[in-house]
Design a protein around this ligand. Structure first.
Ligand code: ADP
Ligand code: ADP
Length: 225
């Protein structure tokens, strides 16, 4: 069963203008449940655009986005926002954690917004932090954590509401190689134990090689690497 299917996705910025950029020219891509797939591409190739479309933050000009069996391109804005909240987690190169809250609170807050009772949210947050090895730092604020710890907390936050799909844009891009290895290993463990599917854009070819599959974004299309 498929966590994500993209069919014939096309996207042009500034269509019809001299500044038009045809970024995606017919993307076909399927992610099975539990699959962790790397997306490698040079800067400017359209990785962020593709991740934003897959994660329902942006809409394609043409094509279908099917998440957990539902064609999201047929939904209205409101239904799509709800689907995004329930089904997708995002991680970026920089963690974007809320600086005035502890690691624990950063993982609890999205669950409260989702209607989870605080007690359950805290217990799930602690469990996630534990699994990536940052439970001892649960009551620290982001500035008190190392880069690797911050990024592991960001993964926990992305997974707080148990999404089907994790989308990550250069999640280890600002970490040293050892730290990015450890962060990535923690993510793989987490994915394996929860049946999560992930699409991870990265420039790190060594890291990509450890994922289930490696795809390239080339001239607006996705091809095997
Ligand atoms: P990547 O993440 O691979 O670096 P992006 O998806 O961010 O690539 O961008 C792909 C191309 O689309 C780039 O040439 C970029 O300049 C252009 N682009 C991205 N967003 C916009 C936008 N909002 N308006 C116009 N052009 C954009
Ligand atoms: P890692 O590479 O495993 O992510 P580091 O080697 O950078 O971690 O940091 C080692 C320890 O030092 C971590 O447990 C972290 O909590 C602590 N630490 C790092 N930076 C800071 C900081 N600015 N303030 C307080 N503690 C920190």
């Amino acid at each position: 069963n498929e966590a994500l299917a993209l069919h014939g996705i096309r996207k042009t910025y500034n269509p019809g203008k001299p500044t038009a950029v045809e970024v995606l020219r017919g993307i076909d891509l399927t992610l099975q449940t539990g699959e962790v797939v790397a997306l490698v591409a040079p800067s400017g190739a359209g990785k962020s655009t593709l991740l934003h479309i897959a994660g329902l933050l942006d809409t394609p000009d043409e094509g279908q986005v099917i998440l957990a069996g539902t064609d999201m391109t047929r939904l209205g804005d409101r239904a799509r926002t709800i689907a995004r909240r329930d089904l997708v987690g995002f991680v970026y190169q920089f963690h974007h954690l809320l600086p005035e809250f502890t690691a624990l609170e950063n993982v609890v807050l999205p669950q409260l917004a989702h209607g989870t009772p605080r007690r359950d949210a805290e217990s799930r947050a602690m469990d996630l932090l534990d699994r990536v090895g940052v439970r001892p730092r649960a009551h620290h604020r982001p500035a008190q954590l190392s880069g690797g710890e911050q990024q592991r907390v960001a993964f926990c936050r992305a997974l707080a509401n148990a999404p089907r799909l994790l989308l990550a844009d250069e999640p280890t891009g600002n970490l040293d190689p050892d730290t990015s290895d450890r962060v990535f290993a923690a993510l793989m463990d987490l994915g394996r134990s929860t049946g999560l599917s992930a699409l991870i854009a990265t420039h790190n070819l060594a890291l990509a090689a450890r994922m289930d599959r490696v795809l390239r974004l080339d001239a607006g299309r996705v091809v095997p690497a």
